[in-house]
Design a protein around this ligand. Structure first.
Ligand SMILES: *Cc1c(COP(=O)(O)O)cnc(C)c1O
Length: 469
């Protein structure tokens, strides 16, 4: 591809992207197709000779686009949002064109220094005290792994990486059953073992860990010769928004000298609004906090911020410093690859910088407040319908509900069929969860381009499809 073609196709792609976003409302949110259809439509063998771009692009539109689920669709109410505000897409074009590896200060000083600055902007925006530094990881899963490795090394007096876990005291980590599966996986990968992730019972609407039970479990483990290493708390759990009492958990962590990691991957974005910060009162007592600007806030995936109290502990856990990476003569500079598991890293700060400047915190707060208000309104409306039941009331913009089917219908099957029927209808997209073992339909409003009318449409679709089953 020469520069003239590069220019031509870059413009085509940008125009295509704008048209795509502008017309999203007219598409079904989820594709309606059978498994294997896209796979079979792509040639079995790789091309031996060059093909014209015109044909490649045409195939993208004809074969690939029909198989996409439209995550930027304004009526996407499933999972959590993965918002990519248009301005963050523009920043990603630039990052993509420069294609720099930003693992060391010297491999792109601007990427490193802007990252330090915008992470501190976000610290201020979330109302976190000075003394937290941070790094942009690729995902909350990576941030949690980095935190678990740090708690492991701290508990083992920094001997785990060197000696391995064999022959060491058995490590113990504590959480509720409301945390994301990325916590389980971090525990597996860190070699701690699933049996040593101690699940603390929960209580109340927010399914918060019982901190007396937490403390009792820590004391009992110590007496049994096990090695408590850390606690993982959540603010805004994925299923129904489960939220621990962070102040109480932090007090336990402090009393027992344990590392506290808080997963606020989704709900963290809402903390730019002071009125929602009661959900994480006591957060200043955490050692590590993860929050994904790539979810609700609008920074295109991937962009996950990990705030940490002691970067030294993180770097002591993860830095390797082989000779060829040493940046001699630059004392005091940051090499962010020492703060994360992967070595190579993208320039992720640029899109966050563009986003924060183009919308301002006021603009982003208005968006989040709207989503919370609309979601509360929808829960109230559904709750007034005799054949609907609100299972979990809104935690920010997330709630769950159930529809009552015919007398003899199995309620779980009926609600699974409802989710399926709604998603096949295509006008909106939802997912299900289980609450105390029973199926519930999950709803969250959080799309960057959603309007009140889109949430009203959701009400109409849910009621219409439920009553037609
Ligand atoms: C989405 C989510 C995660 C996982 O985030 P990734 O960035 O995809 O790894 C973890 N925890 C919670 C609470 C989440 O909502």
């Amino acid at each position: 591809m020469d520069n003239d073609e590069f220019r031509h196709w870059s413009r085509r792609a940008a125009d295509w992207g704008v048209d795509y976003r502008a017309n999203l409302r007219d598409r079904p949110v989820r594709p309606q197709l059978n498994p294997g259809a896209i796979f079979r439509s792509v040639e079995e063998a790789p091309p031996e000779t060059a093909e014209p771009m015109e044909r490649i692009f045409a195939d993208f539109e004809a074969k690939i686009l029909p198989g996409m689920t439209h995550w930027q669709h304004p009526r996407f109410f499933a999972y959590f949002p993965a918002n990519a505000a248009p301005v963050s897409v523009v920043a990603e074009y630039l990052v993509s064109a420069m294609a720099a590896q930003c693992m060391l200060w010297q491999t792109s000083p601007a990427a490193t220094e802007l990252e330090t600055r915008v992470v501190d902007w976000m610290r201020q925006a979330l109302g976190l005290p000075e003394g937290f530094s941070g790094v942009i990881q690729d995902s909350a899963s990576s941030a949690t792994l980095a935190a678990v490795l740090t708690m492991r090394e701290r508990a083992l007096d920094w001997q785990g990486n060197k000696k391995g876990l064999a022959g060491q005291a058995k490590l113990r980590v504590y959480s509720s059953d409301q945390v994301h599966t990325s916590i389980d996986r971090a525990i597996w990968v860190a070699g701690i073992g699933e049996e040593n992730l101690v699940r603390i019972p929960v209580a109340g609407r927010y399914r918060a860990m019982d901190t007396a039970a937490l403390e009792a479990a820590i004391v009992a483990d110590r007496e049994a010769g096990l090695l408590p290493a850390g606690i993982i708390a959540c603010v805004g759990g994925t299923s129904t928004g489960g939220t621990d009492d962070i102040a109480a958990v932090a007090a336990v962590a402090k009393r027992h000298g344990l590392y506290l990691h808080v997963d606020a991957a989704w709900a963290g974005s809402a903390m730019i609004c002071p009125e929602y910060r009661h959900f994480w009162t006591g957060i200043e007592g955490a050692d590590s906090i993860v929050f994904n600007p790539h979810k609700w806030l609008g920074a295109q995936f991937d962009c996950s911020i990990q705030f940490i109290r002691s970067p030294d502990d993180l770097v002591r856990t993860l830095a390797i410093k082989p000779d060829y990476l040493k940046t001699r003569g630059h004392d005091g500079i940051i090499n962010y690859s020492e703060w994360s598991v992967p070595l190579g890293r993208r320039f992720r700060a640029l899109k966050l910088w563009f986003l924060l400047r183009a919308h301002g915190l006021e603009g982003l707060r208005a968006m989040i407040r709207n989503h919370v208000t609309w979601s509360e309104g929808l829960a109230a409306r559904l709750g007034r319908e005799a054949d609907f039941e609100i299972v979990t009331t809104p935690m920010l913009s997330l709630f769950s509900f159930r529809h009552r089917g015919a007398e003899n219908a199995d309620p779980d099957e009926h609600n699974l069929r409802l989710v399926d029927a709604i998603n096949s209808d295509g006008r909106i997209y939802l997912t299900q969860t289980r609450v105390e073992g029973r199926v519930a339909v999950r709803f969250q409003a959080g799309q960057f381009e959603a309007t009140a009318a889109d949430v009203d449409d959701a009400f109409d679709v849910i009621v219409e499809v439920a009553r037609s089953l």
